[in-house]
Ligand binder design. Sequence first.
Ligand SMILES: [Zn+2]
Length: 312
Amino acid sequence: MPVQVYFGEALGRYGFGHGHPFGADRIHAFWQETVKQGLDRRVRVAAPALAAENAIAYFHTPDYIERVKFLSATGEGYLDYGDTPAFAGVFEAAAYVVGSTLDGLKQVMAGDCPRVFVPIAGLHHARRDAAAGFCVFNDAGVVIEALRRQFHIKRVAYVDIDAHHGDGVFYAFEDDPDLIFADIHEDGRYLYPGTGFRNETGKGAAVGTKLNIPMAPGADDEAFHKVWPELEEFVRAAKPEIILLQAGADSIAGDPITHMQFSPAAHGYAAKQLCRIADEFCQGRIIAMGGGGYNRTNLALAWNAVVKAMLD
Ligand SMILES: [Zn+2]
């Protein structure tokens, strides 16, 4: 089964300087490990792609896109209330993340490469009208909208194992019954963004289409395997047409900004199991996004565990 992986300098440009945990070096930490494991010779390597502005507008409001452009030109100030600094060229850098995930979607839908991995992508905190938590444009949100508009696919499963709740995706589709949302994250009482509780199951016609599984700080692989079957059953029962996986590596022991204790094997296992479900219901279609992860060794091991699982 061919797997397409995105790598290139343009993707690495999405990163914040001055010792920010989301540094521009993350892409290289990932790729060094990919080469070390010889996976670069087993995957199809694809160059980052730039998103057209009208594609970004599938998810984001025109006012917000204009604001990002303005701050991108000045390179000063913050895009939110203090987590996400602007830098010169941030608009293009963020548009490359969206464009790469969208290009991955195009490949997947063309049918010749149903499994795709996009590091750096999975910027799940960005809202339709605002940046949040290191996330400028929500590439996952854009892809969900693109699936509906360009490919007429409604039934989408979004699975998120990043330490943080995928609030930007969750609240944007909270009342959408065809967006199946399943998220394992550190309990919002202890970690940003403070949301994603068990009773948040969707709104209106969408009640029951969202599964939030908050985990206690310090939750390890044993805790992961206790809750994973529930998530898997939930996704399988929904019979999605495509699966999106946000494989944030900040849920692994040793991350500097969270308190989770998973190992990279959890990420590999999640990817393997979701590939099976994708084969069963989705003609194999799955797009994995790197998401968070601020310990460079962890992100390198976890993301490559995902790639390896997709290859196997
Ligand atoms: Zn995170």
